[in-house]
Ligand binder design. Structure first.
Ligand code: ACO
Length: 427
């Protein structure tokens, strides 16, 4: 028998198995706790709770390590492509040359949208936030592709996963085009996944669009950095929605809704807005003081993370990508200097050191995306596009698990106890 944890409740002792992952903290298996003790556990932000078993992504937040199927994110960002990383996440192993070519071919063949989907965009106001459009349009996919929504059929799951990954750039680019009043650009299957997305976003029918290889590479790397991040809020949302048997398009729409929040995917938009507000390095100290002030709700956006208590390894890659993009586009953004200085000042301040607050993936991404030409409202959309791979991989893993159950948390009830209804004229 493996390790046991002992818990004493109301004078009675109970043993619980301690499960071991391949790496990472042990997990106390409390599935029988309620049946044995009549008590629940209380962990509202899931800070101590493993909600599932997963073989996709591993994070060691203290050491600043992120592995996809065992491969460090730095190595993938340096050597892999978003398509290859997607294959890895979906299938568990890096593809052979033929497997990669076949996967890319499949994804490329699914990039077009049903023409009627264009009508959905027209229902939105021009100034709609593109994340609002994403929630609506992705949710609507289930009304168009219901030939692949039998979630008990692995082949259906595979097709709908491929459709989601393939169509997301087309949907995201159309959300942007709609907001600027330009015609939608159809996919061009000669281009790479990322090159195609850039052309659909920034190209216009009146002119040839030339993909700049360095920008394509940087964008592809940004997609790799966002591909998956184990059981974060939006992924847990996708899993919870999927646990009821909901179709994958509806589940991914739920994930997009969760990602939108400023504490999660919305932080890259908030981080750039904050840097713009700070402006020049001489104003940094004022904002550092505000972030430290308990009575001020202001926080340094792009700083801190629930899991990383060290430098987010994605932020390191992101920081080095900034200069690459600046060089390729022959631009410079003084906000980068402000960001570097802000990081330096914050990291040497005891408040941030004691609370282990470091730059996260969102701190530098806004500067790159802005240099490429994306408005801030599109930042979270790009995150959603890339994270779709992680979402569908996690969703597939969950549905394939024979022990899968509907997710149904319990609660610590603090409302009134039972009381009798009082008629209106007696209140
Ligand atoms: N600026 C200033 N203080 C902070 C910050 C920050 N960015 N982040 C956390 N703190 C402080 C909190 O005030 C708290 O202080 P206290 O212990 O004195 O009360 C302490 O650090 C712990 O913070 P919590 O909010 O309890 O930590 P939690 O793990 O719940 O939050 C979160 C993590 C939401 C990411 C938080 O650090 C934050 O709001 N950061 C800014 C938003 C952001 O960048 N989000 C992106 C996350 S990465 C992603 O989603 C891709």
């Amino acid at each position: 028998m493996g390790d046991q944890a002992k818990l004493s409740v109301a004078g009675a002792e109970h043993d619980y198995a301690v499960l071991k992952g391949s790496v990472g903290p042990d997990v106390i298996d409390i599935r029988k706790l309620y049946a044995q003790t009549g008590a629940f556990t209380f962990d509202p932000g899931f800070t101590s709770t493993a909600s599932c078993e997963s073989a996709l992504t591993y994070i060691d937040g203290d050491e600043g390590v992120l592995l996809h199927r065992g491969y460090p994110i730095g190595q993938l960002a340096e050597n892999s492509s978003f398509m290859e990383t997607s294959y890895l996440l979906l299938n568990g192993e890096l593809p052979s040359k033929d497997e990669l070519a076949s996967f890319e071919n499949t994804i490329t063949r699914h990039t077009m949208l049903h023409e009627q989907l264009a009508n959905f965009y027209r229902g939105f106001r021009r100034d709609a936030h593109p994340m609002a459009i994403m929630c609506g349009v992705v949710g609507a996919l289930s009304a168009f592709y219901h030939d692949s929504t039998d979630i008990s059929d692995p082949e259906h799951r595979k097709i709908s996963s491929h459709r989601l990954i393939a169509k997301m750039p087309t949907i995201a680019a159309a959300a942007y085009k709609y907001s600027v009043g330009q015609p939608f650009v159809y996919p061009d299957n000669k281009l790479s996944y990322t090159g195609n997305f850039l052309r659909m976003t920034f190209g216009v029918p009146a002119e040839e669009y030339e993909v700049i290889p360095a920008v394509e590479k940087a964008m592809d790397r940004i997609f790799i950095l966002h591909a998956d991040h184990e059981q974060n809020a939006s992924t847990s949302t996708v899993r919870l929605a999927g646990s009821s048997g909901a179709n994958p398009f509806a589940c991914i729409a739920a994930g997009i809704a969760c990602l939108w929040g400023p504490a999660h995917g919305g932080a890259n938009e908030a981080a750039l807005n904050m840097l713009k507000e700070i402006g020049t390095p001489d104003r940094i100290q004022h904002y550092i003081d505000r972030a430290k002030d308990k009575n001020d709700p202001f926080r340094l956006m792009g700083f801190g993370h629930r899991v990383y208590k060290n430098y987010d390894p994605r932020a390191t890659v992101m920081q080095s990508t900034v200069r690459e993009v600046f060089d390729a586009l022959k631009v410079n953004d003084p906000l980068f200097e402000t960001a570097l200085r802000l990081e330096e000042i914050a990291l040497s301040d005891p408040y941030f050191a004691e609370k282990k607050l470091f730059p996260n993936v969102d701190f530098y991404s806004g500067i790159i995306l802005s240099a490429i030409g994306f408005p801030t409202t599109m930042f979270t959309v790009l995150f959603a596009l890339a994270r779709t791979v992680g979402w569908v991989a996690q969703w597939n893993e969950m549905i394939s698990d024979p022990g899968q159950k509907i997710g149904r948390p319990r609660q610590l009830y603090t409302g009134p106890t039972q009381r009798d209804y009082v008629p209106l004229d007696q209140r």
